[in-house]
Design a protein around this ligand. Sequence first.
Ligand SMILES: Nc1ncnc2c1ncn2[C@@H]1O[C@H](COP(=O)(O)OP(=O)(O)OP(=O)(O)O)[C@@H](O)[C@H]1O
Length: 336
Amino acid sequence: MTGSTLTVRGLTVRYGSTTALQDVDLDVRAGTLTGLLGRNGSGKTTLLSVAAAFRRPTAGQVLVDGEDPWENERIAPHVHLVRESGDVLVAERLSATLRMVADARPDFSHELAGTLLDTFELDVRTRPDKLSRGKRSAFGIVLGLASRARLTLLDEVHLGLDAPSRYAFYDALVADYVEHPRTIVLSSHLIAEIDRLLEDVVVLDRGRLLLAEDAETLRGHGLSVTGPADAVERFVAGRTVLGRQRLGGTAQATLLGPPDEAEAEQARDAGLELGPVPLQDLFVHLTADGAPAFTGAARRTAHDAPPPARPDGDRPDPRPTDALPAGTRATSDQEA
Ligand SMILES: Nc1ncnc2c1ncn2[C@@H]1O[C@H](COP(=O)(O)OP(=O)(O)OP(=O)(O)O)[C@@H](O)[C@H]1O
């Protein structure tokens, strides 16, 4: 198992008069752990819902392993979306949901499920309405990881989890991903926490793709310059400054674009300190209101022409938005 590809072309999703996604092109590589980042309302949940065939595009296409996932029996068993709301059989003990998901997922690992249930101190005899917010998230994580789906989509699954539980999740995620490679897309606002896990990063901004880049290259786009304020100002003149801070005579500036050899030497001569910019800071600067356009990273979308819009793209979604994926149909008590 190496994981599925996720291909997005010209994807537009509207909810009535609200445009959640606008003409998004994106390729998620098979067998990568990709962070899906974006400010509130940028369209992350919408993108994941379309990828998991919970929702149809208004226009454009999403393909999983080159196929439309909508009501696709070949694809559905291998795509698992864990939503922040948590999807469970509301009237049954957790064991019933576990059995249902295990039956629908050919790569489901009961062994991993058991380990994770222990890790998060979950008892499958519990009924969902007895779970705290964090325990409910933990149960979603158990299902999401134990499914070992070729395309695993984790949408804000950490909500309500305390810090030790979140780190237990990150550890379990990485350990199982290394042993059983698959394509994982992880959406989160806790960028500083997940930074170290990510191989690729996708940033949505107000429904549009801001960037899609491998994490290492993206980190290389940010440069922090610290030193005497006047020297910092001279150094940054003519460059794209994402942010500035000043404390007395010392200043720090965040720049877009790495320095060349000559600039690095010039900075050292001027007594300036150059350093990397944490992904979270880069994200904050790039998605701030009035941020300069990001042109530093190539968008990894190897296509020549966008496909035509779906002829049936505007048809209303026949399934309730809280339905579980095909093969795991059940009632859910929460809205996306
Ligand atoms: N069911 C819905 N009906 C109407 N508008 C919706 C619906 N779901 C989402 N939207 C709107 O679509 C836009 C994108 O929402 P979405 O939930 O995809 O963003 P998000 O990036 O996941 O946000 P957050 O980080 O806050 O969870 C927002 O403006 C949101 O208000």
